[in-house]
Design a protein around this ligand. Structure first.
Ligand SMILES: Nc1ncnc2c1ncn2[C@@H]1O[C@H](COP(=O)(O)OP(=O)(O)O)[C@@H](O)[C@H]1O
Length: 329
């Protein structure tokens, strides 16, 4: 799709970088669970370097990078290499502007929530605060007037990352077992359809987080802002393989669709990527994952933000797209 239009001669208001599922590990290449996709664990660091090189030569340099989760692979834990792998990836990110980190399932394979809250992956401004164990990792920021970004915690309800004694763990296990009677809860309960999402490597959003989101979006409506919401897990069934959907995706969807400020929802997790625009004009972008991207290609994007649209300049597996705001078709 052509992304350059006459109006693109005008500079964007600002730009930001996007990247998902780096899943770095210092191990040989392997495959996904189904053995259908190759995973390039070492080379993902090289692709991040190339992404940085790309962001650095943008005419309008990104104000920030949105890292959509799964920054290092769960295999690191097995080799006691989690911190070392994270340090390596963060060294690459040091060449970037501010990075906003979303948390995915692989964050929880490597670290406890407590460790994550006091780590570099906590990009909430109140990083040092000792958190309530049931707290969720979600925040919002406005890089420039009239635009807001919301980072969500898709593993707020989850059986990975939550302490087994916690209420949220018990609630999550109950929900998961109501839909999945497999002994291995990473195994989907069915072979097709939306119920496949009830697996252990997915999660969902607590009532508290949904109420928080609703409130943030009401304030954004009031302030006439354009909002992009990001989470590791996709929430629109037409933007992903259903096995990657958040458990209570429909609750998030109805909140997003009830706020005129929302223009875009971004996710990772489904390494094949996806895209859908709903009837209210919201764009759902699932970004192709770095980990399953061949060394000669790449998977990162730069979003050029204008008053009436965002223009995605994709690299490698990521397509260029014009994301007109609802009401600006
Ligand atoms: N169909 C499946 N059946 C059983 N276990 C699975 C299945 N798909 C994934 N898993 C397991 O779930 C975990 C997460 O899967 P993985 O493919 O690593 O997720 P991601 O796509 O986030 O990298 C891994 O331990 C993997 O072995």
């Amino acid at each position: 799709m052509a992304t350059e239009t006459m109006e693109d001669c005008e500079p964007p208001l600002f730009t930001f970088g996007i990247i998902a599922d780096i899943q770095y590990a210092d191990i040989d290449d392997g495959f996904n669970f189904k053995q259908t996709r190759k995973r390039y664990y070492r080379n993902s660091l090289r692709l991040l370097q190339k992404a940085n090189e790309g962001w650095n030569v943008e005419q309008v340099k990104p104000s920030f990078i949105l890292q959509l989760g799964d920054i290092i692979d769960g295999f690191n834990k097995k080799f006691d290499a989690s911190q070392c792998a994270l340090d390596r990836v963060m060294r690459e990110f040091n060449h970037s502007p501010a990075v906003h980190h979303v948390w995915g399932n692989h964050e929880f394979y490597n670290f406890t929530r407590g460790v994550l809250f006091s780590s570099v992956l906590n990009t909430k401004s109140n990083q040092d605060r000792v958190s309530d164990p049931d707290e969720f990792y979600a925040y919002h920021f406005s890089p420039t007037p009239n635009f807001r970004f919301v980072v969500l915690d898709a593993y707020d309800l989850s059986v990975i990352g939550r302490e087994q004694a916690s209420e949220k763990y018990k609630q999550s296990l109950k929900l998961l077992k109501e839909h999945n009677n497999k002994e291995d809860l990473n195994h989907p309960p069915v072979f097709s359809g939306l119920e496949q999402r009830f697996v252990k490597f997915n999660g969902g959003f607590s009532q508290d987080q949904l109420e928080w989101l609703d409130k943030v979006l009401s304030e954004a409506d009031e302030a006439q802002e354009k909002v992009t919401v990001a989470s590791h897990l996709p929430v629109h069934p037409d933007s992903t393989d259903p096995i990657c959907l958040a458990w209570n995706y429909s609750e998030v969807l109805s909140i997003l669709q009830s706020h005129r400020s929302v223009v875009c929802f971004m996710a990772g997790h489904d390494h094949d990527g996806g895209y859908h625009r709903d009837a209210s004009g919201i764009h759902y972008l699932t970004l192709e994952g770095v980990i399953e991207t061949p060394p000669e290609s790449n998977a990162f994007g730069t979003m050029h933000v204008y008053a009436d649209r965002m223009v995605l300049k994709g690299n490698g597996r990521i397509s260029d797209r014009v994301l007109a705001y609802p009401g600006n078709l």
